[in-house]
Design a protein around this ligand. Structure first.
Ligand code: 5GP
Length: 138
């Protein structure tokens, strides 16, 4: 469990530009936006990462996200947007309270956000073993 800056925002101890709230989710504008309309969607449950989130909180998050995306797209006019969700320091997570970034994208607006990765060769034997291992844990 974390008591991050987002918990303080959820409790109303720190102000935010709120766009949505229900029993399980709060959404507000990011204070350092990558683009106009950059929204953070934050479960009220103080879980640090997605893997720590309870099923009911995850359901609330999943229900709210498409609605919030639709509103952001309509309000900003952005035809495209990224959902970004960092878990853990190695993944770039700075606030240890699970959150989803909704980042509207505009033509000619260089956010610096790039989806570029270096795929590596797939080992079918190791992949099959790993898939079984993950499946056993679900
Ligand atoms: P992360 O790197 O953890 O995925 O992203 C954390 C995000 O939270 C950053 O984009 C940062 O700008 C935003 N943020 C950090 N502190 C505050 C705050 O006090 N208010 C708001 N609205 N956003 C914050």
């Amino acid at each position: 469990m974390s008591d991050s800056i987002f918990s303080k925002i959820i409790r109303g101890e720190i102000p935010c530009h709120r766009v949505y709230q229900d029993e399980s989710v709060l959404a507000f504008l990011d204070i350092n936006p990558l683009s106009r309309g950059h929204v953070l969607v934050v479960p009220k449950e103080p879980a640090a990462t997605m893997a720590d989130l309870s099923d009911p909180a995850a359901a609330g998050l999943g229900k709210a996200l498409p609605r919030i995306c639709r509103a952001v797209v309509k309000a900003t006019g952005a035809a495209s947007y990224n959902l970004l969700q960092n878990n853990g320091a190695d993944a770039g997570q700075e606030v240890m309270h699970v959150h989803v970034h909704v980042i509207p994208r505009y033509p000619e607006d260089d956010t610096g956000l790039r989806v570029s990765w270096k795929p590596r060769a797939f080992d079918h034997d190791a992949g099959a073993e790993l898939a079984r291992k993950i499946a056993r844990l679900l």
